[in-house]
Design a protein. Structure first.
Length: 217
């Protein structure tokens, strides 16, 4: 019952932030940006974890760090570092529950995508003479792709879909900031971003359910 109410509130507050909150004042923009993430944290807390409590704690910590990053991204480098920590926490959460190897098609796509984006985005930054930022972007790309790689190995469809959405969201953010201004970029960034975080939260229940089924076999 409570979970359904929280899901409804996440959707309402996410739509409110994306489509109705103006860019100024920035403090109001940040406040409304954080509300859906706070609700996703509550939703994660309500998920059954059973013996998978460590996974739940790591996912919730990752959600909290990403929520902080949402506000800190207005100071780009600080926000980038904070998001990096969030991705690392998700990797740590996914690693112990690997149940299969990553499909070859997914591995090829992730590697090809990472190389292409590194050449395009980091290369553009490098040409502008911002060497340190170029290396920081490459490091970020490596970490987020590792997050996706480990998500595939969990065989948890919610974690996998969440990882794909997160990669897409961050890619739009990077292209919009460093390459070319994308129309409706905030919408294209935030819808998959909130979706990714919600799916990570729901993956707690999915992981618990799959673990329970295995124990009952």
């Amino acid at each position: 019952m409570w979970s359904k109410i929280i899901v409804f509130l996440i959707a309402i507050m996410g739509i409110t932030y994306i489509f109705f909150i103006p860019d100024d004042p920035v403090s109001t923009k940040i406040m409304f940006k954080l509300i859906p993430m706070l609700l996703i944290l509550v939703f994660a807390f309500l998920q059954s974890a059973g013996e998978s409590n460590k996974y739940k704690i790591l996912i919730m910590t990752g959600l909290f760090i990403c929520m902080l990053a949402d506000g800190l991204i207005y100071w780009f480098i600080i926000g980038l570092i904070t998001f990096l920590i969030g991705h690392i926490l998700y990797i740590v959460a996914f690693c112990p529950i690997k149940t299969s190897t990553i499909p070859k098609w997914a591995a090829i796509l992730l590697i090809a995508y990472g190389i292409a984006m590194a050449i395009w985005i980091a290369g553009t930054i490098w040409i502008k003479g911002e060497t340190i930022l170029a290396f920081a972007v490459i490091l970020y790309m490596v970490v987020i792709l590792l997050m996706g790689w480990n998500a595939f190995q969990t065989a948890n469809k919610f974690a996998i879909t969440g990882a794909i959405l997160f990669i897409f969201s961050d890619s739009i953010l990077a292209i919009n900031r460093f390459i070319v201004e994308i129309p409706f970029s905030d919408t294209l960034i935030m819808i998959p971003y909130y979706g990714a975080q919600f799916l990570f939260a729901y993956s707690i229940h999915a992981h618990y359910s799959s673990t329970l089924k295995n124990l009952l076999k």
